[in-house]
Design a protein around this ligand. Structure first.
Ligand code: HEM
Length: 252
């Protein structure tokens, strides 16, 4: 946000940041803490999260799950700090150190997520959705890191907005699950109905949890005048060549 932004825009952006920070903190505490404080078999018995789906799985799956949960939780906790302008401007070295912790957590969390994707609870749709977002999570983080290493601050900001929009999928996934379960509630009359409703909802979230986030991130990037995503660089280059050829023909 520029220093010259009008007060109403600044106030809106503060409200947005506060919501993102508090909701990230809430999900990091609510979704992660049980796995760190209670054995998996007890969580499974109490039907907490997806613990039941992981109980008895091979050691490498459980290791990937715990590594993912811890790294994802760290990324979600520290990510919002990086968008806090005062901290960025007054304590540049803190921003740099927290940024390194954040990007390491993203890399580790995403590699573990990619290991979990083939065994996830939503089957093929989960493999495609979680797999794609796992790759994008690493790619956008790498672009953000590379941009700042080359001194391109505006591209760094744009890529980190996109990257955190993907980290925030951990929040939106759970919000969408709540909305989709509530939408089916008139038809839930038994435990079996509730199971079916959860499976329906869970079949949608591998994509629904992050695609709208990326669209909103891109709108924010454009509204802030940061470099927009260009998928057709090759196309632009060709257009320039065509334009030059046309100019030459017209000159003659
Ligand atoms: C966009 C990046 C992310 C991807 C691709 C991803 C992917 C996954 C996958 C594939 C699973 C296994 C789900 C299943 O079996 O169906 C999972 C579980 C889990 N993830 Fe992530 N995740 C991401 C971000 C995060 C973040 C930032 C957190 C931090 C809160 C997090 C916390 C969890 C937790 C707690 C579980 C266990 C499931 C539960 O009990 O609800 N994930 N994730």
């Amino acid at each position: 946000m520029s220093l010259l932004a009008p007060p109403r825009t600044r106030a809106r952006s503060r409200v947005g940041w506060t919501w993102i920070a508090l909701s990230s903190l809430a999900i990091a505490v609510y979704a992660v803490t049980p796995y760190l404080t209670t054995p998996l078999h007890e969580l499974a018995g109490d039907a907490v999260g997806l613990a039941g789906a992981y109980e008895g799985k091979p050691a490498w799956v459980l290791s990937a799950l715990y590594v993912h949960i811890v790294a994802g939780g760290i990324a979600l906790l520290v990510g919002p700090l990086q968008f806090w302008r005062t901290l960025r401007e007054r304590a540049r070295s803190v921003h740099r150190s927290v940024g390194r912790v954040y990007l390491t957590a993203v890399l580790v969390g995403a590699l573990a997520a990619l290991a979990l994707a083939p065994v996830n609870s939503a089957g093929l749709v989960g493999l495609a959705g979680f797999g794609t977002v796992g790759v994008l999570w690493i790619w956008t983080g790498w672009r953000g890191y590379r941009a700042i290493r080359t001194g391109d601050v505006r591209s760094h900001q744009a890529w980190m907005i996109r990257n955190f929009a993907l980290t925030y999928a951990a929040v939106t996934l759970r919000l969408w699950l709540g909305v989709l379960m509530a939408a089916q509630s008139p038809w839930i009359e038994s435990g079996a109905d509730a199971d079916a409703a959860f499976r329906n909802a869970y079949a949608l979230v591998p994509f629904l949890s992050w695609i709208p986030n990326l669209v909103l991130a891109e709108l924010l990037v454009r509204r802030r005048g940061l470099p927009a995503l260009r998928i057709t660089d090759g196309g632009y280059a060709r257009t320039e060549i065509v334009e030059r050829v046309v100019e030459k023909v017209v000159e003659r």
